[in-house]
Write a protein that binds this ligand. Structure first.
Ligand code: KG4
Ligand code: ZN
Length: 364
């Protein structure tokens, strides 16, 4: 039986803050409805290093946090006093970056006298979809594909029930594979969108890249992308050794096809295995045009409903954290204590993530 979340009439406006990587996000959600959100990114500052530099990201969050909160409030036509609860990403992510968002969230919650909720970043990606497509059916299969994660999750009531983690990547995440391969191909950071663009004119069957962990004896829910990255490196080296220009379109399209094939094949098989009638694909790589198209085709053929959030809610943002906070508030979840800490490598067990602060003092 579907449990009801609390009355929408009494639901407070929840401010969500996201700062786990290079995006500073603030969002406002009330009763499952997105009222406004704003985003600042330090992506350009990391581009010349080919990846996110944690110290640069943390400093950028310090600069961006107050402006994005103000901008989200302005977009929603609300003021500080309208905020009834604050939700913030407490992990996983870059430690320094998480600390900035958490410090800001604690200050706001304390000053406004409202409850604070720590949120698991990946639960945020899942909840992002509810802002456009409504409550999740129970159970549903979720494929999270981002720069740091590639996971298959069986989700029931996101605010109350534990998330069943079916499988993860054993090495690189799908987005990481795109980012690293793009660098090898001489494309800019972040690599995912660059590969997506380069693939437009290419032949997806031109290069026979491997489909890792898709054999009959392999774990059906596990992923592995580092071998694919190495195969992309060898492919590029062969052309460079001969002094020839890379057929970039073909390489990008073939790599994208291999990633999309593995992701969607495993996600649809997991739906069948667990009797889930809905697949939700979230995270930055859900923005990939081939992943979206192949997921649509394969879900359609298998009679599975596919839900993918719009592009702006696929990548990191504050609205998704506010969405989790809103679900937690309406389910009557316990708020976090004000000495809650961050957990940079927290596995996803529950949507609420309230790690206890370590003081460094030890009993004699
Ligand atoms: O979810 P996200 O914004 O941040 C993390 O939590 O990691 O995901 C970022 C990842 C990056 O690896 C980026 O290259 C990838 O998502 N990405 C894409 C596309 N847009 C973003 N990958 C493939 N195709 C895209 N269109
Ligand atoms: Zn993310």
């Amino acid at each position: 039986m579907r449990r009801k979340v609390g009355s929408l009439v009494k639901a407070p406006v929840v401010l969500g803050i996201e700062s786990s990587c290079d995006e500073t996000g603030a969002g406002l959600v009330r009763g499952g409805r997105l009222l406004g959100h704003a985003l600042a990114s330090s992506m350009d500052e990391h581009a010349r290093f080919g990846g996110v530099v944690p110290e640069i990201a943390a400093r950028a969050h310090v600069q961006a946090l107050t402006p994005v909160v103000r901008q989200a409030l302005a977009e929603a036509g609300l003021g500080m006093r309208d905020i009834g609860a604050v939700a913030v990403t407490t992990g996983p992510g870059l430690s320094g970056a998480l600390q900035v968002g958490l410090a800001g969230a604690k200050a706001l919650a304390y000053a406004l006298g409202v409850p604070l909720y720590g949120v698991h970043h990946l639960a945020g990606h899942v909840a992002a979809d509810t802002l456009v497509h409504g409550p999740l059916p129970e159970p549903c299969m979720v494929l999270i594909v981002s720069g740091g994660h590639t996971s298959l999750l069986l989700v029931r009531d996101l605010a109350r029930d534990p998330v069943l983690h079916l499988g993860d990547t054993l090495d690189d995440a799908a987005g990481e594979c795109f980012d690293k391969a793009a660098r090898l191909f001489g494309l800019p950071y972040p690599g995912g969108p660059a590969i997506d663009r380069a693939a437009r004119g290419g032949d997806p069957r031109a290069v026979p890249f491997p489909r890792p962990l898709t054999g009959p004896c392999d774990d059906p829910n596990a992923f592995s992308f580092s071998g694919l990255k190495t195969a992309a490196a060898r492919w590029a080296e062969r052309y460079r050794a001969r002094g020839e220009e890379l057929p970039l379109g073909d390489g990008a399209a073939s790599l994208q096809e291999a990633v999309a094939d593995v992701l969607t094949r495993k996600a649809v098989a997991a739906c069948r295995e667990h009797g889930a009638g809905t697949l939700v694909v979230v995270g930055g790589v859900a923005a990939n045009s081939r992943v979206r198209a192949l997921a649509e085709k394969r879900c359609g053929a298998a009679g599975i409903t596919l839900r993918v959030p719009p592009l702006g809610l696929c990548t990191d943002n504050g609205a998704m954290i506010a969405a989790v906070g809103d679900l937690l508030v309406r389910s009557g979840a316990e708020p976090a204590p004000l000495d809650v800490s961050v957990d940079p490598s927290a596995p996803l067990e529950y949507a609420a993530l309230h790690p206890v602060a370590r003081t460094g003092t030890r009993a004699a």
